[in-house]
Write a protein that binds this ligand. Sequence first.
Ligand SMILES: Cc1ncc(COP(=O)(O)O)c(C=O)c1O
Length: 496
Amino acid sequence: MMKLKKILYVLLSVFLCFALFAGCADRKTDPEPSPAPSPEPSPSPEPETPDKTVYTMDNIRQYVVGVDEPVELSDGSMQPLINFDNAATTPALQPVMDAVNEELKMYGSIGRGFSQKSNHSTDVYLETRDTVLNFLGADPDYYTCFYVNNTTDGLNKLASALVESEDDLVLCTRIEHHANDLSWRERCHVIYAEVDEQGRIIYDDIERLLKENEGKVKYVCVTAASNVTGYVTDVHRIAKMAHEHGAKIVVDGAQIVAHRKFSMKGDTPEENIDFFVFSAHKMYSPYGGGAVIGPWEILNEHMPEFYGGGIVKIVRDEAVKYKNAPDVYEAGSPNYPGVVGLGKAIEVLEEVGFDKISAHEQVLIRRMIDGLKKLDGVIIYGDTEDISDRVGVVTFNFADINSYVLAKKLTDTNGVATRRGAFCAHPYVWRMMGISDEEAASFENCIDMNTPGMIRVSFGIYNTEEEVDRFLQILESVLEESKAATKLNAEAVPEY
Ligand SMILES: Cc1ncc(COP(=O)(O)O)c(C=O)c1O
């Protein structure tokens, strides 16, 4: 009996297994899809956000457009250059370029069109004004900003608006770039504060001139940082002096914006800056563009000599009614890529951090100066001991070597980008080189490679200590050749 039970049990198990297998097989080949199992509630997918890159001193070099792009040297070989010409202009940053390219998809006319793109572009254009004001610590209730092509354009527009008569008196300094000298010199009467032997502005001379011309100086125009020596000016101290004597201060910010944190605000209201002008191409956004920051009230009392569309409320046969600032300072269609690039450049530089940028620059300047000092016959301009008030600019010469010959050799044979000459700051450069005004007058009719000048190296945030070392090695290696070429050149003067 037990045996029979066992057999029945085995048969039943085999049958059940077979039935189960057959069922599964059926279902597998079932042409009708079985209803999907009711889905388990699953978390909704994360919205896709692109990786947010954080820009730092350590990674910024990889975001500099073209930093490894080879250039052709005189022997036909190709290699990336060492770019030490950042005071002239800076290369683009990749995020700046990306932001411009992205925004161009939604590009439409600014403040003029009826379209979604036009509305979007107008919003970005207007919002960037806030970015600029915020970047410079400018209270939007007191200051506005208008966009310009560059610092030169900004200073000329400002001067054309502020100068009311050629008898107006403006105080400049002998450290100024031509943009902050000629813009005033060609429109009114300018007096100049001197620089000392090291090339620093003499603050007491500003005070003296203000006192001697009590109440008459309308504007004190001074650079925030020199493009020749890199000296940073204490513009808040000068603001206080200017205000005490009834003047306003205009600051040329071209060389400070990519190097140090700048604020319109001083420690006291008297130390506040009235006007500030800068270029975007010197801060990694080479799309043109820049801005002038100034008080609403003063800008609204004036307008630049620059006329056209976009600045008027109404034009009649017999009369024109102009808009207020900032619009009245922005005749014509604006440079949208310039504005977008500027906004993004500000964002990236702030993310990297000006304290870090400045500290890095100090290391590069120190290393460069110390390395130069080891080379025979070197002449370094400016203070080489205390460099704390210098941004990343070092200028030098070598006794018995034509600076043009040397700079050209550095470029042609080794792909080193420097600048050579008097850097659009002639009166300052002549002073630093010990050249009198009379002597400078003798160059007037023959500007060529023998016209005195300096070699300038200037650093960007992406330059490295290794590049400084490599530069110094290259420099040393071409000194003898350059000396010989200088001798030959003294007889035959090719075209500049
Ligand atoms: C101190 C200073 N001011 C003004 C300018 C003029 O700037 P931009 O050529 O952008 O108009 C420069 C340019 O090198 C400069 O270094």
